[in-house]
Design a protein around this ligand. Structure first.
Ligand code: NAD
Length: 464
């Protein structure tokens, strides 16, 4: 945990280079042992008692919200206005999760069976929450609160790229929760893996990249009663139909592409625009994208902060060299700024087939890069959309609700939005990816269903 409050003195705003204290790796084995010891007591605390404790956690996090938001901005480069929204979502998550617990954790009476019976929701045991860097508090927190409400102790492993943020969050939660109920386990891949494969850990929520998620699923296949929620990457599309309000669609696409510098699982990275409006749409898109000017994440007015690391810059640079179609905005590094800043890049291709085998087409870019493709009809849009087998979010821009319903019913995607950015995923809804993007809909609203297991209880009556 950070030994002293972080100050802006450690930040050099000119080039936004940051120096933060290191956090030593945790001991996964010891942490799992402590969580195991805390399990029985926490599981036997009635739901009302767990809610009361978590209400106090909410008060502590609310009181530290601005401090942690600034830390998110400093450590990850997320613009402060977005970091504040993240902390707002963290505080709001408690109330939503309490309502979910009332709805999904209570005993359910079965009245049509041969004997009196209920379906009871029982905790699974210690649960590992393995978090990514891009929403370093919000995503892990959503899973953690659900696991805790359902009676499971949590092992919280933050991204090593946001370990100070993770430490501040865990410290706030653990200051209220009984010992062992929330264990902070900093570290990298080895620590995450050690937690996930430990047989005493009975549930894992992994939010991160597809290769790691796939490797975890393979490793955990033997221990098949351990539940594994995979919240993985996306390559999310916007479909702009010929009747859309082009100005609004362009603004929403630019937001979806550039928020968090494109480092969101639900970022917009592809657009299918109807050929009849392609020219007008691109004019407006260029204007909207140009609003995203790189700047210091601690400034209230900054919309585009740096990407997370030098490796992320190198990946971005290799992607924007693609020689196909025409770059509407070529991207590149902004002059006069050090740090990991990159500019938004927009590529327009007539036929995306020419890109099909490139990294730009096959991989999640996790940077402000967009590929725009012209389509002629609905079937072509669906064919192109589903060809890449990512299935997280999609947006359809049209003034005709019939067109939207057509796409919503056919696109292979876990979350589909009408006239909203692909990034507009509120905590009031379930969230999760199909295809390569995850294993269904475990996340977001209703995660508590996944955090508990069902037990059928039946009373045959006394025989004497
Ligand atoms: P990442 O996969 O590199 O790391 C995620 C977490 O897994 C980190 O805590 C990391 O230390 C840990 N980890 C790495 N290797 C591991 C292993 N072998 N075993 C166990 N844990 C391991 O991802 P990232 O770069 O931090 O985050 C970006 C990725 O997360 C993107 O792909 C993004 O789309 C995805 N993401 C998905 C969602 C969603 O809800 N679907 C939300 C946010 C981010």
């Amino acid at each position: 945990m950070p030994s002293e409050p972080l100050t802006d003195a450690r930040v050099s705003p000119g080039d936004f280079t940051v120096s933060l204290p290191g956090v030593p790796d945790g001991d996964a084995d010891v942490a799992v042992g402590r969580a195991g010891e805390a399990f029985r007591g926490w599981a036997e605390c009635p739901l009302e008692g767990r809610i009361r404790v978590l209400e106090r956690c909410r008060e502590v996090l609310q009181s530290r919200s601005e401090e942690i938001a600034r830390l998110i901005a400093i450590e990850t480069g997320k613009p402060i206005r977005e970091a504040r929204l993240e902390m707002g979502a963290v505080v709001a998550k408690f109330g939503l999760a309490f309502a979910d617990a009332e709805r999904f954790l209570r005993d359910e009476e079965i009245v049509d069976g041969p004997h009196p019976a209920v379906i009871r929701r029982r905790p699974r045991g210690p649960a590992a929450v393995i978090a990514p860097f891009n929403f370093p508090v919000h995503l892990g927190h959503g899973a953690a609160v659900a696991y805790l409400l359902a009676g499971n102790p949590v092992l919280f492993k933050p991204s090593p790229l946001a370990v100070n943020v993770g430490a501040a969050y865990a410290e706030a939660m653990a200051s209220v929760l009984p010992g062992g109920v929330l264990e902070f386990v900093p570290g990298g891949a080895a620590t995450g893996r050690a937690l996930a494969v430990d047989p005493r850990v009975r549930s894992v929520c992994f939010t991160g990249s597809i290769p790691v998620g796939r490797a975890l699923a393979r490793e955990l296949a033997e221990d098949y009663s351990k539940s594994l929620a995979l919240e993985l990457g996306g390559k999310n599309s916007a479909i702009v139909w010929d009747d859309a309000c082009l100005e609004a669609a362009a603004a929403a696409v630019a937001d979806g592409m550039c928020l968090t510098a494109g480092q969101r699982c639900n970022a917009t990275s592809r657009v299918f625009v109807h050929e009849a409006v392609a020219g007008s749409f691109l004019e407006r898109l260029a204007e909207s994208v140009d609003r995203y000017v790189p700047g210091n994440p601690l400034d209230d007015g900054t919309l585009l902060g740096p990407v997370i690391s030098a490796e992320a810059v190198a990946r971005y640079e290799s992607l924007v060299t693609v020689q196909a179609g025409k770059w509407l905005r070529p991207g590149g590094r902004p002059g006069g700024l050090g740090g990991h800043y990159v500019k938004p890049a927009v590529l327009v291709v007539e036929d995306c087939g020419v890109l099909d085998r490139s990294d730009l087409a096959q991989r999640e870019t996790f940077a402000p890069i967009l590929v725009v493709e012209t389509i002629r009809d609905r079937d072509e849009a669906i064919l192109r959309h589903d060809a890449w087998d990512f299935g997280l979010t999609a947006s359809v821009f049209t003034e005709d609700s019939g067109i939207f319903d057509f796409f919503a019913a056919r696109l292979a995607v876990g979350n589909v939005y009408h006239n909203l950015p692909t990034t507009f995923s509120p905590s009031t809804l379930p969230f999760g990816g199909w295809g390569r993007s995850g294993n269904g809909h475990p996340g977001g609203r209703g995660f508590v269903r996944f955090a508990a297991d069902e037990q059928s209880v039946q009373w045959g009556g006394l025989t004497r």
